[in-house]
Design a protein around this ligand. Structure first.
Ligand SMILES: [Zn+2]
Length: 294
């Protein structure tokens, strides 16, 4: 996409220093961009996180309880300008965030809903401690923390994404940040809280609800791109669909040599993810993604 330059007066960006822990453990389940939501469900409602945490953006994750004394205090703080200018990936993420904020603020205003910007944390150091969602390593992949409204991305993930999706194109990366932003939208609209409550009431449906929520985030990602279609370049769409396909649960499982087991899907199949992204891209009204995906 031909995104405009970032505007630090319109975005909130920080870069947490890594600290503690250190090792990028690969224990535990397979990571998910929304594992943090699941973890909160676990903490608040006593849901077994392993039931709701599944595949995310394709990498394995490890979570640990938050430690009040962990990290983020040492060293000089970088300004937002410095963070956004620190690498091509960072600059691209800041450009995307500027556009995402503008697009979603306008959409919320049009629908008379209160809007709040997320914080983008381009963290470094392998481990990040959130304010309310525990801590995670880079291996968790990008994720959103509803408690502090933070989108957490270690830009090193983008190199892995390029391998998984077989494309080094920008749209695959933009799709990832727009998907995490989609979880922010769900947080603002209250849908995330409703889903957690429903999962608590009916644990047997927890996985299905989780998948629906992931697909809606894909739809919101597509909707952002669709609302900026004048900025879309040839090949972007294919790139996004390719990424959506590459990080579908069934594809990830197949690539991991696992038997495909729908019960453990948490993001949807490749086909479902492509359909959700396309639904958003082709949306004709703001409510196009406000459906239950299955
Ligand atoms: Zn997600």
């Amino acid at each position: 996409m031909r995104l405009g330059p970032f505007d630090t007066s319109r975005i909130t960006v920080r870069s947490s220093e890594g600290g503690g822990g250190g090792g990028m453990g690969r224990a535990g389940g397979i990571g998910c961009g929304t594992l943090v939501i699941a973890l909160i469900g676990a903490l608040v409602f006593g849901i077994d996180p392993m039931q709701t945490i599944g595949m995310v953006e394709g990498v394995q994750q490890q979570m640990a309880p938050a430690r009040a004394d962990a990290a983020s205090s040492s060293g000089a703080r970088l300004s937002e300008e410095e963070i956004c200018a620190s690498s091509a990936y960072a600059e691209e993420a800041c450009n995307a965030l500027t556009s995402l904020n503008a697009t979603w603020a306008a959409t919320f205003a049009r629908n008379r809903l209160a809007f709040e910007e997320p914080v983008l944390d381009l963290y470094r150091g392998g481990r990040v401690t959130t304010d309310g969602c525990g801590s995670a390593t880079s291996a968790a992949g990008p994720f959103y923390c509803p408690a502090d409204k933070g989108i957490y991305i270690d830009t090193g993930f983008y190199d892995q994404l390029a391998q998984m999706a077989g494309t080094g194109g920008d749209f695959a990366r933009l799709y990832v940040i727009a998907h995490e932003y989609g979880h922010h939208i769900q947080n603002l609209t209250g849908l995330a809280a409703q889903v957690r409550a429903a999962q608590q009431r009916n644990p047997a449906a927890a996985n299905r609800l989780q998948v629906a929520m992931e697909l809606q985030a894909d739809c919101y990602a597509g909707m952002w791109a669709g609302k900026n279609r004048n900025l879309i370049e040839p090949g972007d769409l294919e790139e996004g669909l390719k990424a959506a396909s590459a990080i579908g649960d069934d594809t990830l499982m197949r690539n991991a040599g696992q038997r495909i087991n729908p019960e453990s899907f948490t993001h949807g199949t490749s086909r479902q993810r492509m359909e959700a992204l396309r639904r958003g891209l082709e949306a004709r009204d703001d409510a196009a993604c406000d459906v239950f995906f299955e």
